[in-house]
Design a binder for this molecule. Structure first.
Ligand code: FEO
Length: 401
């Protein structure tokens, strides 16, 4: 059964939802699934904007057939070639033999690498080019590294619709409600949107900033991303999030406590720390056991909050592996400008504190590591309790800076 929605008078959402996929990119958990958005314009010419992951191909093809209602497909416009959007290109071209593909030079190179036969059917475009489909004229804006090098976004000069590729997307499948004003985004979607952005595009902040700068020069009436809800109002809310995330600026003053505990003693110590913070009025606290929390969630929370407490047991004379993985992921995603407090624990040779500090100093140079550190020898004692009080002071003082 087809499942489509009208976006404007002559534009339809023809994408599909995937609630069966467990891991996006085979790495990030998506308990709420994900949508692969594709849009079909019925102008004098018919234009399909991007395709979907192959897993959703059947639904997608049914949707296209329904909306075309006997018309031929004239153009397939590809903004982004990652297979969650590009995988169905060849099938679309097989079914619609007159369709020509509009995309960038790099995207055509990738189509060739993926063994898609587009020979003789390509229309290569570049930044600033325009193209008319009848009533609608579009222009192309290159968006390199948002999130692959070939990516572009397409702006409809006629009605202000921005086909934004991966930008302004979100994890989470659509439940019939397509538009941002049909859902409570700030309550139900923002965490998935943040986890999507920070883990998928988070590394490329300067590129996102460049795209936001270009976007600020046009009058956007609607944002059609490749994942998640379509935005038709309240753009400032989401653009502000993107601006903060891509500048690596925290959304909120608050403390993320990420801890690694083998037998509960380190956990007990961070419970005491969190309680002291709350007693002093700092109640914006998020606490996670790194062994039980997917690193994509830790990354997302690191982007959200201003302060980070890393509390790790020593393991094989090193940093506990899930904590080390978190540090490595922060480095990979270029997380920046957080204030970090370090707590170590161990029973016979606590070393995780000095090792975490060394990692932060050498690999995450923009982080500010507080001098106040806590060392727990097996379990909290008077000495470590005093260090903890000093750490609480250090955290609170740095919030006032
Ligand atoms: Fe949703 Fe970069 O693909």
């Amino acid at each position: 059964m087809y499942c489509v929605r009208k976006v404007t008078d002559d534009l339809y959402w023809v994408g599909a939802n995937d609630r069966r996929l467990t891991l996006f990119e085979n790495i990030h958990p998506i308990p709420r699934g994900v949508s692969y958005n594709s849009y079909l314009l019925l102008d004098e010419k018919t234009v399909l904007f991007d395709t979907v992951d192959w897993s959703a191909g059947r639904q997608f093809l049914e949707n296209i057939e329904h909306v075309l209602n006997g018309r031929k497909l004239d153009y397939l416009l590809i903004n982004h070639m990652e297979p969650d959007h590009g995988a169905s290109i060849e099938e679309v071209l097989l079914r619609y033999p007159e369709a020509q593909v509009i995309s960038t030079e790099k995207a055509f190179m990738l189509m060739h690498q993926f063994n898609f036969n587009v020979d003789g059917r390509t229309i290569q475009v570049a930044e600033g080019d325009t193209f008319s489909f009848g009533k609608h004229e579009v222009t192309f804006v290159s968006a390199p590294m948002v999130h692959w090098p070939e990516a572009m976004v397409t702006y409809d000069l006629t009605n202000g619709v921005l086909f934004a590729a991966d930008a302004f997307g979100s994890f989470g499948s659509l439940d019939g409600r397509l538009f941002n004003d049909e859902v409570n985004f700030d309550r139900d979607w923002i965490d998935d949107a943040r986890r999507y952005y920070t883990n998928i595009v988070g590394k490329y902040g300067p590129h996102v900033q460049a795209l936001l700068k270009k976007a600020s020069t046009v009058d956007i009436k609607m944002i059609c991303p490749l994942h998640g809800p379509v935005w038709r109002n309240d753009f400032a809310y989401f653009i502000d999030k993107y601006d903060k995330w891509s500048r690596y600026e925290p959304e909120e003053k608050g403390v993320l406590i990420a801890y690694a505990s083998m037998y509960g003693n380190t956990e007990s110590a961070v419970n005491a720390l969190a309680t002291k913070l709350a007693e002093r009025g700092m109640t914006n606290i998020a606490m996670y056991d790194v062994s039980k929390t997917h690193v994509s969630q830790l990354i997302s929370e690191t982007f959200r909050l201003s302060h980070l407490v890393l509390a790790s047991v020593t393991y094989n004379l090193g940093i506990y592996p899930p904590m080390h993985n978190f540090l490595m992921d922060m480095k990979a995603l270029h997380v920046q400008n957080r204030i970090v407090a370090v707590m170590e624990s161990g029973s016979w040779a606590p070393k995780s504190g000095s090792l975490m500090t060394e990692f932060l100093d050498e690999e995450l140079k923009t982080m500010t590591v507080l001098n106040e550190q806590v060392s727990v020898l097996s379990s909290m004692n008077e000495s470590s309790a005093l260090e903890m009080d000093q750490m609480v002071e250090g955290i609170l003082e740095s919030m006032n800076d």
